[in-house]
Ligand binder design. Structure first.
Ligand SMILES: C[S@@+](CC[C@H](N)C(=O)[O-])C[C@H]1O[C@@H](n2cnc3c(N)ncnc32)[C@H](O)[C@@H]1O
Length: 316
């Protein structure tokens, strides 16, 4: 099975993303001798074999159900075991666009981390692009390599376990774009510069959670001759849906009048209940769903610093 091509039917050994709710999904490698248990009951893997991707299956006690989804990079980002902090959809799509990634792009990445970004990026550059990704933590590099192989991405990705601050990338005149998600990207920028195809424009992005890191990154990009240095912060703003009653103008006017009258009587009668006012509003108005954005947009993951590599001209 591959993240790059859809297949219709589930076979033994395939990866299925079990969709229980929007917030609750589980990656399962189908093994007919296994069962998957959750609070909705027991699901036998053997029931999944031969089903179409997208099917709904019921639990054995009939109390619940789930959908069997074909894996995609977006779903993988939801379920990937977090061996590190990972990139999420909003940043991933923004970076992919601003790095100008497309089928055939050759890209350099470090660190690989949990491989969340690597999965999306590889789908974008397929079928003839290539990703060179570097991770210095041995276990993470091994786990990411295994994921790439299982997910049919291995031909498009070269992963290497290496400390890129100490040893650099040792890639020259090869890539169209560079993505650095490292604690100190400035220590890798000079080496990344040599990796760019030297006779064409290239794009770099550095992903850093703190503004002090952005400052040092900008200084290093500047010193290394990168241009068009820009920084963005990508925030997700949720919409909250509420139900409000719909009043006609007449209803609204009489409601305001009733409230004013109520206040007046309260003042006059010093606490006595006003039955007249209440009886005027026995009928509840119909409801309308509206949405609004919260005043505060939370969800900062990192700042995205982009810059352009300028090609070396013939007379240089
Ligand atoms: C935040 S994670 C990257 C997450 C990744 N972008 C994702 O979406 O899953 C940063 C990774 O950089 C790796 N790293 C840190 N310093 C490094 C270095 N000098 N050379 C190579 N990798 C390094 C860390 O081990 C870590 O796995």
């Amino acid at each position: 099975m591959s993240f790059l091509q859809y297949k219709t039917h589930i076979e033994e050994g395939d990866l299925v993303i079990a969709y229980i709710t929007r917030e609750n999904m589980m990656p399962l490698i189908v093994n007919p001798t296994m069962t998957y248990n959750n609070k909705f009951g027991t699901f036998k893997h053997s029931d999944m074999v031969g089903k179409e991707y997208g099917s709904k299956i019921s639990s054995h006690n009939g109390r619940g159900f789930m959908y069997l989804l074909h894996p995609t990079p977006e779903l993988w980002t939801h379920v990937v075991p977090h061996r590190t902090q990972i990139l999420y959809i909003a940043d991933i799509s923004f970076i992919t666009t601003y790095l100008d990634l497309k089928p055939g792009s050759i890209v350099l990445e470090s660190g690989t981390g949990s491989g969340s970004f690597s999965h999306s990026l590889t789908r974008t550059i397929a079928p003839n692009g290539h990703l060179y990704t570097f991770e210095y933590h041995e276990e993470r590099a091994k786990a990411a390599k295994q994921d790439f192989e299982r997910h049919g991405l291995a031909d498009l990705i070269t992963i290497e376990c290496r400390d890129v601050y100490k040893s650099g990338f040792e890639i020259t005149d090869t890539v169209h774009a560079v993505f650095l998600d490292l604690p100190a990207p400035w220590d890798a920028i000079a080496s990344a510069k040599r990796a760019f195809k030297q006779r064409r424009i290239g794009k770099i992005c550095c992903f850093s959670p703190c503004i002090e890191q952005v400052q040092r990154t900008c200084a290093s990009l500047n010193e290394n001759g990168f241009v068009e240095i820009k920084m963005f912060e990508c925030l997700i703003r949720n919409q909250e849906v509420h139900t409000i009653p719909i009043y006609t103008v007449k209803d609204a006017v009489s409601k305001i009048k009733a409230q004013q009258e109520k206040k007046r009587k309260r003042r006059e009668q010093d606490g006595e209940k006003d039955h007249t006012t209440k009886s005027q509003h026995k009928q509840e108005p119909p409801n309308l769903s509206v949405s609004k954005t919260p005043t505060e947009a939370r969800g900062h993951t990192s700042y995205l610093t982009f810059a352009t590599f300028l090609p070396i001209l013939d007379d240089e």
